[in-house]
Design a binder for this molecule. Structure first.
Ligand code: ZLM
Ligand code: CA
Ligand code: ZN
Length: 370
């Protein structure tokens, strides 16, 4: 593997907020990752960037102006007097909290900074673990996501790149990103996700593959509980390889939601963090300018383990399974290691169902023309 010029974007302010006292989305997990990456001595190998928050104008490129004005208003005054506008935020999943505007602006600013480094050819790979907010819509917050940093970064990449590939291995369907680019053939969206029985957000069937010029450019890979490394990696490699061959993108955006890793509080896949990271390694082997983003992940120590391992994967480093000393992990044996083993659990994906998904997705990709 050739070593890549890597930039690591870190906005400390994005990880200092709390959505609520008990919310499963814990921005602090990005700080945990940061500390592990630091203590594994990876910082000398990359350019560390402190991004600026997105401007109001940048946020309004991807959101309805009224929605952004609203986010700005809810931040300082919390719940008072905003009753009729409340539908923009969804009570339990997306509570309003002090700083929601600054939180969102700092995440979007970091992903835009990544895109700018790529556009100027200063980096081959640019990381923003605080990013990956794939559910946010033009006029509404959804699924713990308030502002769509991914759409903002892709729009920026499209100024310098003819075609952009978006790959989403978060447990959930990347519905927001898919919706922004559903009718264009300049962005291919490819999401692997848990699907069925109304699993959130409920979209992402194979047959919903784009409209107009974007027909066959929205690729969905629906999966069931218990999927293991072998099945997941088999689908990932084969589908991405076919998609790359047909679409020939000039840039790549990876959403690395860690809720698809075994043991997640909201998930039920049996993918190890090595398996998750090997998907990233495979994607990087295409040697495209790449933005790597975070996303979901609710068992916070596992999130930090996964994104730390993936930072090393990007740098082409092998890490010791023994975690370095740090302020978040305790001294219990299960707290001392990097790698997350699979568990014994039922797997609703059969090798037959996996091959069927591959065949159906391949039929769609066989129709895409550039
Ligand atoms: N209720 N608290 C993934 C986004 C998943 C919608 C069912 C809310 C939860 C969940 C919130 C503290 C990404 C739905 C759920 C309860 C309507 C979802 C607050 C626990 C809690 O304890 C919780 C009081 C909360 C939310 C669980 N919500 C689990 N699953 C999904 C959204 C985001 O990973 O893809 C990217 C960052 N929402 O299922 C309900 C239908 C709200
Ligand atoms: Ca996904
Ligand atoms: Zn998710």
């Amino acid at each position: 593997m050739t070593t890549k010029k890597v930039a690591y974007c870190f906005a400390p302010d994005a990880s200092s907020y709390q959505l609520s006292e008990t919310h499963p989305m814990v921005p602090e997990r990005v700080n945990m990752t940061h500390e592990l990456v630091q203590n594994y001595r990876m910082f000398p190998r990359m350019t560390i960037i402190k991004p600026h928050p997105a401007t109001e104008e940048q946020l309004k490129r991807v959101h309805l102006p009224g929605y952004i004005d609203y986010l700005k208003k809810v931040s300082p005054i919390a719940t008072l007097g905003l009753g009729d506008l409340y539908p923009c935020l969804q009570a339990d999943d997306c509570p309003m909290f002090t700083g929601v505007y600054d939180y969102s602006a700092s995440i979007v600013g970091a992903s835009i900074a990544c895109a700018n480094r790529i556009n100027h050819g200063r980096s081959n790979v640019c990381i923003n673990w605080a990013g990956g907010m794939h559910h946010a819509k033009r006029r509404v917050a959804s699924g713990f996501c308030y502002a769509n940093d991914i759409a903002a970064a892709i729009l920026e990449l499209l100024m310098c790149h003819r075609r952009v590939m978006y790959v989403d291995i978060d447990l959930h369907h990347g519905d927001g990103v898919e919706e922004y680019f559903y009718n264009t053939n300049r962005v291919m969206t490819l999401s692997f996700h848990r699907f069925g029985n109304n699993f959130f957000p409920g979209t992402g069937a194979i047959k919903n593959s784009g409209v107009g010029p974007g027909k066959d450019y929205a690729i969905n890979v629906p999966l069931q509980k218990g999927i293991d490394d072998d099945q997941y990696i088999y689908l990932f490699k084969n589908i991405l390889n076919k998609a790359m061959e047909r679409f020939q993108p000039e840039a790549l955006v990876m959403q690395m939601g860690a809720d698809s890793v075994v043991g997640d509080l909201l998930g039920d896949f049996n993918l190890t963090n090595k398996g998750h990271a090997s998907c990233l390694e495979n994607a990087l082997s295409y040697n495209l300018p790449t933005i790597v983003l975070g996303g979901g992940g609710y068992s916070v120590k596992n999130v930090a383990r996964t994104w730390t391992l993936e930072t090393a994967t990007i740098l082409g480093l092998e890490l010791d399974n023994q975690l370095p000393t740090n302020s978040y992990f305790g001294h219990l044996p299960e707290d001392s290691t990097l790698y997350i083993p699979p568990v014994k659990m039922s797997n609703s994906n059969t090798n037959k169902s996996i091959r069927k998904v591959l065949r159906k997705v391949t039929e769609i990709l066989d129709r895409t023309e550039i």
